[in-house]
Write a protein that binds this ligand. Structure first.
Ligand code: GAL
Length: 494
């Protein structure tokens, strides 16, 4: 925990320094822009950790790009949390963009999975009226939190809807466009589809204790009891960056409550005394009795490493863990639960009890209105367009939002399985931990879930949840997710 505190202080100092530097920097003048038509590349070579990776893309439509013509190359700032071990996909996108467009992108990567630090840094800049040219944001109400903080509200951000149409994003990914629209408009362009309701297992340890992949939360707890009897740590979560704790609670809640109540939680309309909240919390506490001894000091990348190295059996995370393993542990074989081969080291499965549901995590790029907006738009449209997505998603562990991007571009069978699972899902919900909550509510729940896990104080958790629900309800007022007359419910009905 002491290491966590030191890291926390260092991160805060870095953030403050970055903000001070940015506030001091005069904005770049807007360049003249011309529109050019480029033909689509079908094969792009990207470099990951020195290893060239060939990405083949099958896209049919022509791409139109607006390119700035200036003598000196322009430089814009992009704020993100894709730092450290998860930098490879974004670096490949930026490298390709700069090569094609001649615009430099200075990546300010504020470390901390799920944006636990970056979101505060971005919010501060927006509040101060000095936003970066472009920034990472999840689709969902997280974007409304920035709108609330900005000096001119929604007018402080470029409405990206027409750009989304121009790059074929709405036509090729109507479901994603539905969930990324706020009051019918897209304030950011989606670049991927991640999944939050996943769990990964070390297959060798499963075999060692004679367990198969659990299909219900009760099964998972029974597996942990077996592991405890064999002296093997069962579950590792990342206490140092907190978000996998909240993600585990939300997955247990999804298993218990089902997709409709889950979406009611998101909109704040779930009654705070709904029995599913208590039921989920009790199961969560039963499960987290079996946390590995080092959980409080590791972040999500450390937790993934623990499972890969056989220090714990399971870890609950999104499929960015697939990207991490693919890029950092190239000798590890990952399998989807439906196709466990004998050489398999790590198995990815839907979180027990949530099969058939796809809990969406959609990263996107927003562009504040301002002198650098034209560059920001060029970056966002390239990144969210077929070419950018075909570079980004194979490396990131996610899947592309374009239907006409073939699943054969993904280097792992887990991603190919996910592309199929995404198509076949009966319900879609929007992850609470990753964009589905207003940022103030999210902060409170993140802090309190750590208290819940450390102390078992369910009473404190219930009052935090009750407050979260009422704040969600208030903050949604005047807003909805989705298209006019078609609010996003992800197919769930009561
Ligand atoms: C999520 C984000 C993912 C990945 C993950 C871990 O919030 O959507 O792209 O970055 O956090 O940092």
């Amino acid at each position: 925990m002491r290491t966590g505190l030191v890291v926390g202080i260092v991160v805060v100092v870095i953030i403050v320094a970055i903000i001070a530097a940015l506030l001091a920097r005069p904005p770049a003048p807007a360049p003249p822009a011309t529109t050019v038509t480029t033909s689509l590349i079908t094969t792009s070579v990207v470099t990951v950790s020195g290893q060239p990776t060939t990405v083949t893309v099958t896209v049919t439509q022509p791409a139109t790009a607006t390119t700035a013509t200036t003598t000196a190359p322009a430089t814009i700032t992009f704020y993100t949390w894709w730092a450290g071990l998860e930098r490879f996909a974004i670096d490949a996108v930026i490298g390709n963009f700069t090569k094609l467009y001649g615009i430099n992108v200075e990546k300010t990567a504020v470390p901390g999975g799920a944006g636990v630090n970056a979101k505060i840094a971005i919010l501060t800049l927006i509040q101060a009226g000095k936003p970066p040219a472009a920034f990472q944001v999840h689709c969902g109400p997280e974007m409304i939190s920035y709108i609330y903080a900005a000096p001119n509200g929604a007018n402080s951000f470029v409405n990206m809807t027409s750009y989304a149409q121009q790059i074929g994003l709405i036509q090729q990914g109507p479901g994603v466009a539905w969930s990324c629209s706020l009051n019918g408009a897209m304030y950011s362009l989606p670049v991927d589809v991640h999944r939050a309701n996943l769990i990964m297992y070390n297959k060798h340890l499963l075999d060692k204790i004679g367990a198969s992949v659990p299909t219900t939360v009760q099964d998972l707890i029974a597996m942990c009891q077996k592991a405890a009897a064999a002296g093997i740590p069962c579950l590792v979560l990342g206490g140092a960056d907190q978000f996998t704790l909240l993600q585990t609670w939300e997955n247990v809640f999804l298993a218990v409550a089902g997709p409709y109540k889950f979406m009611q939680f998101l909109y704040g309309t779930l009654p705070p005394n709904d029995p599913s909240i208590v039921q989920a919390t009790q199961l969560y506490l039963n499960l987290t009795k079996y946390l590995s001894p080092d959980w409080a000091g590791v972040d999500w990348t450390g937790a993934v490493a623990d499972v890969v190295q056989g220090k714990a059996i399971a870890h609950v995370d999104g499929d960015w863990a697939v990207g991490l393993i693919h890029n950092v542990y190239p000798n590890v074989t990952m399998c989807p639960v439906d196709n466990i081969t004998p050489n398999c080291d790590i198995v990815f499965a839907p979180f027990p009890g949530t099969q058939g549901v796809y809990s969406l995590v959609i990263d996107s790029v927003a562009v504040p209105v301002g002198p650098e907006a034209q560059y920001g738009i060029e970056f966002a449209t390239f990144f969210a367009g077929p070419r950018g997505q075909a570079i980004f998603n194979p490396i990131k562990g996610s899947i592309a939002t374009y239907k006409n991007i073939s699943a054969s571009i993904y280097p792992t069978t887990v991603q190919q399985w996910e592309a199929q699972q995404y198509r076949d899902a009966r319900f879609y919900v929007f992850s609470l931990t990753h964009g589905g909550l207003f940022s103030d509510v999210w902060q409170n729940l993140l802090q309190q879930v750590v208290v819940l896990t450390q102390t078992g104080r369910a009473d404190l958790w219930y009052s935090t949840v009750a407050k979260a629900l009422s704040t969600e309800r208030q903050e949604w007022s005047g807003w909805y997710m989705g298209f006019p007359n078609n609010k996003f419910w992800g197919n769930a009905t009561s």
